[in-house]
Write a protein that binds this ligand. Structure first.
Ligand code: THU
Length: 161
């Protein structure tokens, strides 16, 4: 385990999944389960995201594609918008993101796209507390960021408006 010392760009690297704590592992498991609900006939890339709320409720989502490609939505935003629309009284503590290819059983590394990072940041600013992001970045490497802002340095948010 290695902790980056930059106070504002803080993340932890885990060199094996087993180094993550029980709560994180459970959330990863929920995200992996959500991969099964992915509708991804065009990419065959199944993504599952799971949010842990402060009341310990888990909200999960998966990518939903469309024949008109841009109309589809990433797993992270499916989960985040669900939380925003139906559970906004509870802050989001963390999000885990997982992926696999439809033809394969093995889970593979995935990191959130730019638009999902911006949406995560929006909820973090809205709730005035950090959301941790857990993701697999290589075969045996996991990262947990202290906040979503770590993924979006020099970001734009509503405080600028
Ligand atoms: N995708 C996600 O759901 N989340 C990500 O973080 C990366 C990409 C989806 C979008 C699309 O359905 C498929 O993966 C291929 O880009």
């Amino acid at each position: 385990m290695l902790t980056n010392q930059y106070t504002e760009l803080n993340y932890t690297i885990y060199n094996d999944e087993s180094e993550l704590d029980e709560e994180d592992l459970k959330l990863i498991e929920s995200a992996r389960k959500a991969c099964e609900t992915s509708y991804s006939p065009y990419s065959g890339f199944q993504v599952g995201a799971a949010l842990l709320l402060e009341n310990n409720e888990v909200i999960s989502g998966s990518n939903q594609e469309n024949s008109s490609y841009p109309a589809g939505l990433c797993a992270e935003r499916v989960a985040l918008f669900q939380a925003g629309a139906g559970h906004s009284q509870h802050k989001i503590r963390k999000i885990a993101v997982t992926a696999k290819k439809a033809a394969n059983e093995k889970y593979i590394p995935v990191t959130p796209c730019g638009s999902c990072r911006q949406v995560m940041l929006e909820y973090e600013v809205k709730q005035s507390s950090a959301i941790e992001v857990i993701m697999q970045i290589a075969d045996n490497k996991w990262v947990k960021t202290f906040s979503t802002e770590v993924l979006l340095p020099f970001c734009f948010n509503k405080n600028a408006l």
